[in-house]
Design a protein. Sequence first.
Length: 297
Amino acid sequence: MPPASSAALLCPVCRDRLRFDGGALRTLVCPAGHSFDAARQGYFNFLVGKGTVFEADSADMVAARFDFLSAGHYRPLADAVADAAVPAFAARTPGTPGTVLDAGTGTGHYLRVLLDRLAAAGTPAEAVGLDISKFALRRAARLNPEAINIVADVWQPLPVPDGAVDVVTVVFAPRNAAEFARVLRPGGRLVVVTPRPGHLAEIAGEAGMLGIDPAKEERLAASLEGWFAALSTDSLDVPLALSPADVGRLALMGPAGHHLDREALAALTARLPPVTAVSARFRISVFEPRRHHGLVT
């Protein structure tokens, strides 16, 4: 479980500050008495009221993602995300911990690499990982036990105080521009990863995966306009040599996994060659909040 100092969180019911109740770090409470117990696997569930209208990733989708990422196929992307995020901590007073918010943390693999990078540099950091899938958070809580891992909907008010975060990372996940701008400190960074046209093109059509919108970059900029200014945009190409099983995992772990015919996918992977060459094409975009007199504008 995370250290008690990591509990800079807001109650999802009343928006007051949460704190750990007792030394076991298993229960978060606010002054109004709203209480949240950690699940056996170590994450907290902040979906209250009607929860979320969005469909969370299923257990088999999460298992496919965990196995694929654990094999290291996307490690160059994780390293690139860490490269983009680390400079956000440069302005901090030495010895004072910074904070990472990983929105759509999934299985926690990208956050793990960033936390390891910061630790190797002697930069203290606290982390919050958000996702709407409890199956994903079970994995993330085991991979990143020092983080606070929370089931939460990114389209609802984030359970984080204003200006409390140094960097927000969003890897293939939704982007709530207003809330990200609210929680970032002045000089903080938003790091967004999106697929580029041609991403996984060798298998996408046959495997039933979703296509990439050619105007995706323009839509990303438009969704953040008014809240963020662009700092940099970099492209990353990762050549993959995948086994049939990994092709199946790659197809199942993404958004198409909600609708894929599992039997048809198994039939496809059964007739694949021992190795399939696939091109992964990513865009890593870095933004900073637009501010006027210390306020988000």
